[in-house]
Design a protein around this ligand. Structure first.
Ligand code: UGY
Ligand code: MN
Length: 275
C-alpha cells in the first residue's frame, strides 16, 4: 500500500466541541466537498450491498454535472455484493484505496489491493466482496454507456496503478504527469478515469475551459485550484466537481506529490435535445 495514501475513513460524526469546517463551497460552476463533510450521517447504503456504506460525491443533477456519478465506498470485512449494479446500460470504473477486495467478473476471480483499477462495461457480470478481516475502500464511477452503431463495448480491464506508466506532460520539467488506464485513441471508451500528479511547485499552466465534466478526488498531498476565478486550497480526501466549461488550473504545494483521481467524459458527438 502506498504509505502516503489516506487510510479508509471511519465515517465518525465529530464531537459537539468541533468548529465548523468552512471549506465546503457550492457555486454554479463547481462544488468543493471537504473531507470533513463526509461523516456517517451523510452516508448511504445500496440495495443488495451488505455491510457497505458510501458517500455520493457526484450525481447527475440537471444544470450541473450530468454525465456520471461517483461514490466513495467502505466495505466491512465479509461485506460486498453479488448484485452490485441494478441499472441497465451502466459502465463502471473502480479504484481501490484501502484493504483488499475479491472481484469476480464474467467467471474470472481477481484479488484487488490498494491501487487496483477495474473497468467494467455494461454487459459485465460481476460481484465484489471484502473477504479480508479489515475494512476496504474504493471509488466507484458510474456512467450510462453512450453506444454508437459500429462500436463495440470496451472489454473488461483489471490492473493496478503501479503497472500504469506516468505519461509526462510537455514543457512541465517532468513535474506534471498522468497515468492513463485506457488508450486515448480507443474510441470505444466514452469516459476516462485517470490519475494526475504534480510535483511541488509545478502547475497546470493555463485555465482549461472545456465541455467535459470533471469529478476530482485528491488522493495525496495538497494544492491550490483555480475554479472559475476562485482560488481554493485542497488536500488529500477533498473532492471537487466541475461542470462543463468551468475554467480550471492549479498549483501544487506542500512537501509531496499533489495527486488526484480525475473523471472526464470523452469521445462522443454532442447530442441535441429531442424536439
Ligand atoms: O485532461 C484534463 O482535462 C485535465 N488536465 N484537467 C485537470 O487536471 N483539471
Ligand atoms: Mn480538465
Amino acid at each position: 500500500m502506498n504509505p502516503k495514501r489516506l487510510p479508509v475513513r471511519k465515517g465518525e460524526v465529530p464531537p459537539q466541541s468541533t468548529l465548523l469546517d468552512s471549506r465546503a463551497i457550492v457555486t454554479e460552476a463547481y462544488t468543493v466537498i471537504p473531507k470533513g463533510s463526509m461523516t456517517d450521517i451523510v452516508s448511504s447504503r445500496l440495495p443488495f450491498w451488505e455491510d457497505t456504506l458510501l458517500w455520493v460525491l457526484a450525481s447527475p443533477i440537471a444544470g450541473f454535472c450530468s454525465t456520471f456519478s461517483h461514490y466513495m465506498v467502505e466495505v466491512e470485512a465479509g461485506g460486498g455484493s453479488s448484485n452490485p449494479e441494478t441499472e441497465e446500460g451502466v459502465q463502471s470504473v473502480l479504484l481501490v484505496t484501502a484493504g483488499t477486495l475479491t472481484l469476480t467478473v464474467n467467471g474470472n476471480t481477481h484479488g484487488l489491493t490498494c491501487g487496483g483499477y477495474v473497468y467494467l462495461p455494461p454487459s459485465a457480470e460481476w460481484t465484489l466482496f471484502n473477504s479480508s478481516n479489515d475494512q476496504a475502500g474504493f471509488h466507484w464511477f458510474r456512467k450510462p454507456y453512450h453506444y454508437v452503431k459500429g462500436l463495440e463495448e470496451p472489454p473488461v480491464i483489471v490492473t493496478n496503478e503501479s503497472d500504469a506508466d506516468d505519461i509526462v506532460m510537455p514543457n512541465s520539467n517532468d513535474g506534471w504527469s498522468t497515468k492513463r488506464f485506457v488508450d486515448p485513441a480507443d474510441l470505444r471508451h466514452d469516459m476516462h478515469v485517470n490519475i494526475v500528479s504534480f510535483e511541488p511547485g509545478c502547475v497546470l499552466p493555463f485555465l482549461e475551459t472545456h465541455v467535459m465534466e470533471h469529478g476530482l478526488y485528491v488522493l495525496e498531498g495538497k494544492g491550490i485550484y483555480n475554479l472559475n476565478q476562485d482560488w481554493v486550497e485542497v488536500e488529500a480526501g477533498d473532492y471537487m466537481w466541475l461542470r462543463a466549461y468551468c475554467p480550471q488550473a492549479c498549483y501544487a504545494g506542500g512537501d509531496g506529490t499533489f495527486k488526484y483521481l480525475l473523471y472526464k467524459d470523452v469521445n462522443r458527438h454532442m447530442t441535441f435535445p429531442k424536439s
